[in-house]
Design a protein around this ligand. Sequence first.
Ligand SMILES: [Zn+2]
Length: 442
Amino acid sequence: MRIYNTKTLRLEEFKPLTPGEVKMYVCGPTVYNHAHVGNVRPVVVFDTLRRLFEALGYKVKYVSNYTDVDDKIINEAFKRHISEQELTDEMIAAFNEVRHLLNAKDLYKTPRVTETMDDIIEFIQELVMRGYAYEVDGDVFFRTNAIDDYGSLSSQNIEDLKVGARIEENSKKESPLDFVLWKKTDFGIKWSSCFSKGRPGWHTECVVMIHKELGNLIDIHGGGKDLRFPHHENERAQAKALYKTDLANYWMHSGMIDIEGVKMSKSLGNTIIAKDILAQVDPRVLRWFLLNTHYRSDLNISETMLQSAEKEYNKVANCLHQSLIKLALNNISGEELDIESYKRFIEAMSDDMNTPNAYAVIYDIVKNMNQLLRTKDLDMPSLLKYANTLLKALSILGIEYPPLSLSDEDRQLYNDWIRFKAEKDFAKADECRNLLIQRGIL
Ligand SMILES: [Zn+2]
């Protein structure tokens, strides 16, 4: 398995910390509104990565948090005259509904910031005690000068960063790059600490949750590429300070979703909220669409592109469905795969999740299946192997099909349909066809 590591800007062979196990963490959503389609891309990308690792025989401990403390949450709750917790509970439920629709597997742990507060405060105290952070009037800042390679995760030059940071310089800070660990506040939800009544900074929350659920150093830390700086750089700086680690051996970042100039008004109500798209597009199609582009590339979303993804996906799904019916009608079953195709699929996926190449393998499998379906003397064992391989490949992409089983009545109906068609009794054939459609067989 090769992974492009943002930390080294290189493709690297994946070596787990513990043999056979993958510890991964992906920054979760700040739960103040409904998930945007851009928020669900990392959900699909990293769920697929997890499925791939599992297919390769790894046990995966995948953690993702909910940032349920934030100024945006406080402001939104205030506007809606509800408590912060009422708002975050509602948004976490909505987010999970979207995850569920997208067939993202359940996570090992899903910590909330509010439930990790004692550990967060303790962590900040420790940073202050060891000289990596300082308090000014109840606020606490991280001393970036104390980390010699600060900026290395995001491959940025310290001097350039300083120039950028000076624009919004806070006079309380020793250096413009220092970031807030604890913010004294008198508005909205707050916690008592030895510094002041206030709230923690976002960058600290993730480090503490990673430490609590997975340890000082994990295998993979993921997120959208917009998190690389400052969020991930600052997460790493804190881990470097207290744990003397890089926090993660591999840092993976997914590309952004570009919606600029896209007119979604016709079918999607001019919106990019994930649940609205999912109300109109089969979630399997959305997943297929999101994985069609390599995870590191930016992705353009448009109605036309979704439609063409749907067309491509339907070709695959129809071929699979036809094959499963043929196999069921002939009582052919078994687990055997077409080893050659499966190997090619896994090779593509193991090359930094090269989904475009993996899709090419899927199209080849479908081509072979369609050829088989067209032959008079159908080679059932080969069709079965291809169908099994396609099912397995799709399930690694998170697109799953329930097993197809036919009752005696279904079989009778299907055979009648074929017979009436052959006898050119189209009225009766149509009747059978409609019943088969109702039963989800056609
Ligand atoms: Zn984070």
